[in-house]
Ligand binder design. Structure first.
Ligand SMILES: [Fe+2]
Length: 385
């Protein structure tokens, strides 16, 4: 959550009547942690709860792949650009998150609400607008896009497809790490980004696009609902819960005399994961530094990497759109030769999103269908000849 914003017409105090042209507006509170957490209050032309279920709910269980050449303990590599068009292609999941690809071929024809999870996307290809209840949010390739649980929105693309993004769903929420804030809630001056880096919604008075349907999703269940009125009917709102976008290149990387662990690249935190950004930067400057990561046994986390651009110093055989999983509990590290070859390097142009995930992730059959079967064996071997 960022600072409080206020747009349009709001009354002088919470829960007071707001009238325009003699008509009463309807207050809606979007709250977190019951009524204890951050919140936003919006004022509607119509009753926001006036929606009705249409048809039967769809149940879409997340199922782990039943067979694969790789076991669950293998290091794995999925080539996500090989996926076909899909609004949501779940690839990996545990009880705390679902990760996958957002690869739509066209704009959403209906509104959506994720009632069960915060959504965070990292956009690899494509750009456009998140048209939401709280206004229009412009985004482009290289942005993280945050969509809070409970927000009504749809994606409107301004470029032809295919669009491609890593999507992350966190039922427990996504936050800016508390250590980045001062007691006033402001981002500290030594945080790796500042308030000015975030793209926020542009307020838009009520806009009737002629759409009345909304798909509401919670967990594995999805249900279509219909309004009798235009749901984009907000005349004003204020609060701290709203969508935003953050360009990954606005992350200010840390550089040290020796290799810094991924926690220094921590960007956002979620219940069950730390989300890190690896961006182009100078490398370690100790004269004897080994810039490439040391092998490590991270006993408690599965490590995910989503590759966006550049040459990743520790790996080979991966490229743009690659998604790798290295399971926790035993040693992993660079590909053969990469550790030694990195000595003396002064700069990296890598661009990637990394997640340290607190519980083992399981791949879906969709993931196994785009798996690189040679990845696990590619780590065998010794020193450079
Ligand atoms: Fe690692």
């Amino acid at each position: 959550m960022l600072e409080r914003l206020v747009f349009g017409d709001v009354p002088a105090k919470h829960h007071l009547a707001l009238r325009a042209g003699g008509r009463l507006r309807y207050e809606e509170c979007l709250t977190r942690k019951g009524f204890d957490g951050p919140y936003t209050i919006a004022y509607h032309e119509f009753r926001p709860q006036a929606l009705r279920a249409v048809g039967v709910p769809l149940v879409e269980p997340l199922e782990a792949a039943t067979s694969s050449a790789s076991g669950e303990l293998a290091r794995r590599h999925f080539r996500t650009l090989e996926l076909g068009p899909a609004r949501r292609a779940p690839l990996l999941f545990n009880a705390q998150m679902v990760l996958g690809c957002f690869r739509p071929s066209e704009s959403d024809a209906a509104y959506r609400i994720n009632a069960g999870a915060d959504e965070l996307l990292f956009v690899l290809d494509g750009g456009g607008t998140v048209r939401s209840l709280l206004g229009d949010l412009a985004f482009s390739a290289g942005d993280y896009v945050y969509l809070p649980k409970g927000l009504l929105y749809r994606f409107v693309f301004d470029t032809p497809g295919p669009h491609h993004a890593l999507f992350m769903e966190f039922p427990g929420g996504v936050n800016i790490p508390g250590r980045f804030r001062n007691p006033a809630g402001q981002l500290k001056m030594d945080a790796p980004y500042c308030h000015r880096d975030f793209k926020r919604t542009e307020f838009r008075p009520p806009l009737d696009e002629g759409l009345r349907d909304v798909w509401i999703k919670r967990g594995i269940e999805r249900q279509r609902f219909a309004y009798d009125h235009n749901p984009l009917d907000v005349v004003g709102w204020d609060g701290c819960v709203y969508p935003w976008a953050f360009p990954i290149l606005s992350f200010q990387p840390r550089v040290s005399s020796v290799h810094l662990p991924p926690t220094w690249h921590g960007t956002f935190e979620a219940a069950g994961a730390l989300i890190c950004s690896f961006v182009p930067r100078p490398l370690d400057f100790h004269p004897e530094a080994v810039p490439c990561p040391y092998a490590h046994t991270s006993a408690d986390v599965d490590e995910i990497l989503f590759y966006a651009d550049g040459d990743f110093s520790s790996r080979r055989g991966v490229g743009r759109g690659s998604l790798t999983v290295h399971p926790g509990g035993f040693a992993h590290g660079p590909h053969p030769g990469r550790y030694e070859a990195s000595i003396g390097a002064t700069r990296t142009d890598e661009l990637a999103v990394m997640l340290d995930c607190n519980a083992p992730l399981r791949p879906t059959a969709l993931a196994v269908g785009i798996e690189d079967p040679a990845y696990e064996a590619s780590f065998a071997g010794g020193m450079l000849p």
